[in-house]
Design a protein around this ligand. Structure first.
Ligand code: SAH
Length: 282
């Protein structure tokens, strides 16, 4: 596998597009292996750049689609990868935030996408949330983010990293930490350590809150006071109803517990009790 450097391609990394290109072949191999592709997978890469991941990914599938915002890079990919591969390779020169992924899936006609992206960190999270709106056409997604954020998304209860992001993400998806990527693996190197993780949106959620907006409110408000007990939080939070110890018992949660000890299932039961309280359902 040959990794072309920005210099070889006469490409100056563009700050405004958040370009940090992977060049560590060992890390690239681990990421590609981590996706665990089958030849017929409907692969979609967002932000392929110079093709560091694209080339080894394309070697494992019959075809793939990429979305690249930078026109110079989209053109370079056409020449460097498209021309050298027998696989079905489609380049879309567009902003990944503007794509209708349902329409795109229909156009490609190979079912739901498996998504891979090493994107600028400021755009990864909005794109990730956008993709979650299209979860009916997405099997799973693999993203590179700051390690600290990946730690939070994949955290278990009773850890420092566990919080609002962990509960909300794990309510909608299975979240798996895949690997840590040191900053030296990129050219130019970013300031922080990164990590790759997989999100698999649930086709059928294992747990369903009666009111998802309310569930999100309960999670957000309680974690705004992560050091306090639930009893104290519910006593003082203006946007939440008062809960009695009987209400907590109904949710099977101790009023003296702190938010970080609650599992996703605990939060769903708690928010359902809040729902009943708000709407006076017995
Ligand atoms: N995946 C490559 C490139 C990483 S740099 C690698 O690992 O080496 C991030 C890439 O995302 C750049 O090519 C940048 O132009 C592209 N990009 C940035 N914002 C984008 C957006 N909104 N939509 C699509 N591509 C984007």
């Amino acid at each position: 596998m040959s990794i072309r450097t920005p210099k070889e391609l006469n490409h100056t990394p563009k700050k405004r597009f958040g370009q940090n290109f992977l060049h560590d072949t060992g890390i690239i191999r681990q990421i590609v292996d981590g996706v665990r592709l089958s030849r017929t997978d409907n692969l979609l890469e967002i932000g392929p750049g110079l093709g560091a991941l694209t080339e080894p990914l394309l070697a494992e599938v019959d075809g793939m689609t990429v979305i690249e915002l930078d026109r110079d890079l989209a053109n370079a990919l056409k020449i460097n990868i498209g021309a050298n591969s027998h696989a079905d390779f489609t380049i879309i020169n567009d902003n990944a935030m503007d794509i209708d992924y349902r329409q795109l899936a229909e156009r490609v006609g190979k079912g739901a996408f498996r998504v891979v992206g090493n994107l600028p960190y400021n755009i990864s999270t909005p794109i990730l949330f956008r993709l979650l709106q299209f979860s009916d056409v997405i099997v799973d997604m693999h993203f590179m983010l700051q390690k600290e954020v990946v730690d939070r998304i994949t955290a278990e209860p009773n850890t420092k990293a566990y919080g609002r992001l962990s509960v909300i993400m794990q309510y909608h998806c299975m979240a798996d930490y895949l690997l840590t990527v040191p900053n030296g693996a990129f050219n130019p190197p970013p300031k922080v350590t990164s990590a790759v993780f997989r999100l698999t949106p649930f086709a059928v959620k294992p747990l369903q809150a009666q009111d998802e907006k309310l569930f999100e409110t309960v999670v957000r408000e309680t974690f705004n006071h992560r050091r306090k007990t639930l009893r104290a939080i519910f006593k003082s939070a203006s946007v939440l109803p008062k809960l009695s110890d009987d209400d907590f018992a109904k949710a099977d949660i101790s009023p003296t517990a702190r938010p970080e000890t609650l599992s996703v299932a605990d939060f769903v039961r708690l928010s359902d009790v809040v729902f009943e309280k708000l709407y006076n359902i017995e």
